[in-house]
Design a protein around this ligand. Structure first.
Ligand SMILES: [Zn+2]
Length: 72
């Protein structure tokens, strides 16, 4: 399933969105959940919302996830 974001979705601030700094504090644990096949949005709904809204953090997340997968 591909998820395409419209511009309005990108601009829409999610009330659960904790912002970039708060997201990066838990992104390691978020990626760990993904690596073990769990749904990280359950543990970190704020970060999940933020990653949908923030392309910069999504890039960071993708890089961390790739690096973690390469290590595993
Ligand atoms: Zn961000």
């Amino acid at each position: 399933m591909t998820e395409k974001l419209t511009l309005s979705e990108l601009l829409l601030a999610d009330p659960r969105d904790p912002g970039c700094r708060a997201g990066l504090e838990v992104i390691d644990r978020y990626v760990e959940l993904e690596l073990v096949g769990k749904d990280p949005a359950e543990g970190f709904p704020g970060l999940a919302a933020h990653l949908r809204a923030c392309s910069a953090c999504r890039l960071d997340h993708d890089g961390i996830l790739q690096a973690a997968r390469a290590e595993a």
